[in-house]
Design a protein around this ligand. Structure first.
Ligand code: 5GP
Ligand code: ZN
Length: 116
């Protein structure tokens, strides 16, 4: 079985696993993280399966990151955070648990949300 066939996020892209969709186009999908570090915690992924930053090609990265400000603004409008983290983990020692490249958008609400 190829890496992509065995990948949770590829299954979400194909609709085989449900998700709470935030944004979708031909190249990019954004959906709420199951874990919700804070309210509105969102993952932004390329539809093209790439394991990590070391596999990500410039074209896929450009299509992906081009959408991030718009998705962050949509989260701001919906959830009214006072800040937002843009994070990406690469490799298990760096905290990556799903081996399909993804960007975490974590809205921050100030004193009531513990930074971690
Ligand atoms: P990582 O630790 O690799 O940077 O982040 C992976 C994230 O994927 C985790 O925050 C985890 O909660 C999320 N996650 C894992 N499986 C699923 C799933 O099936 N659906 C959704 N929506 N999020 C998932
Ligand atoms: Zn994948």
């Amino acid at each position: 079985m190829s890496e992509a066939n065995d990948c949770i996020f590829c299954k979400i892209i194909k609709g085989e696993i449900p998700c709470a969709k935030v944004y979708e186009d031909d190249d990019v999908l954004a959906f709420l993280d199951l874990g919700q570090v804070t309210k509105g915690h969102t993952l932004v992924i390329p539809k093209n399966h790439k394991k990590d930053i070391f596999e990500l090609d410039a074209e896929t990265a450009a299509k992906l990151y081009k959408r991030v400000p718009m998705i962050a603004s949509a989260l701001k409008k919906t959830f009214h955070p006072v800040g937002l983290n843009v994070l990406n983990n690469n490799g298990e020692p760096a905290g990556q648990s799903v081996l399909h490249y993804h960007i975490h958008l974590i809205p921050r609400y100030g004193s009531e949300d513990t930074f971690h």
